[in-house]
Design a protein around this ligand. Sequence first.
Ligand SMILES: *Cc1c(COP(=O)(O)O)cnc(C)c1O
Length: 348
Amino acid sequence: MISFYPGPSRVYDAVPNYVRDAQRAGILSLNHRSAEFENISRTTVELMRKKLSVPADYTVVFTSSATECWEIIAQSLVASESIHLYNGAFGEKWLDYSRRIHPAARGISFERENPLDPELKFESGELIAITQNETSNGTQVAVSTIASIRDGNPRHLVAVDVTSSLAGISLDLRAADVWFASVQKCFGLPAGLAVIILSPRAVQRAKEINENLHFNSLNNLLQMMEKWQTPCTPNVLGIYLLMRSLKDRKSIRVVHNQTVRRAREWQRVLKKSTTLKPLIENESVRSFTVMAVRSTAPLDEIKKLAAKNGFLLGEGYGALKKETFRIANFPALLPREVEKLMKFMGRF
Ligand SMILES: *Cc1c(COP(=O)(O)O)cnc(C)c1O
């Protein structure tokens, strides 16, 4: 069964080999205070700079999930009010989690067919939260829009959820202060690890707010990362797999072109179909990495038939569960697998 689920999703074929290497090299019981771990951690960050164009002055820290990143941002980078711009279930969930920590967290929703307004300006609040790629409905926000919102709100930090786009498309990380993603989507790795990428301004803000109540307080993570360590025993195998897979990865420019080419190919397939069409009609906001598909034929039948042919499709998410299914367009999916599914979809 080939998983086209938009997370957890297909992992790279090399993963079992990396795991075997890890077992042989003693990584599975490696002490996280050892020089060997520090070396893996440092190398992973260096490879993120090289392969994902993480700027030299941005800091990387490890966490366990994107959900944890939502909480860390609320607890450690916001004193009272964050502003959440969202058009789907993941952005809304981020707002919900933030509200539990700071009741003043404010949500501003926008239509999924409409581009986010790049001219938005806010009088109050300290941090603007944007979900760049909304996995639930297959929309994306242009990085130029994120950059413009940051320019228009110089007192605010801009934090961006790129869980289903980082490592799949090219992102100018200088356009915002905080970026985060877990690895079970575009990174093509097993779940249980996430990364936060922080601008010097975000690091400075964490120091000013000086929140130190939690094991995963950002200051604590940053301080430990100065020695390439983490506050608790981290997912050492996950970090090792990230290091190995980044080493074997092409640069994000190359990956980006492949992702966009495939996304266009999918649009052509859907255009030809009589029963299937993209949920998102406005091409300018359609995601490159997650396709939400609407069908006039009963969805259950298509999904069942797909399963019979060896394809696991993503269920619709949240309120869209009944009307849509989703197809991941992540880098680890092999060209022949994608072609096979396209051919199958061509029957509808
Ligand atoms: C999958 C996803 C999450 C949640 O990721 P976890 O690692 O399960 O916490 C958050 N945001 C977006 C946009 C996602 O796609």
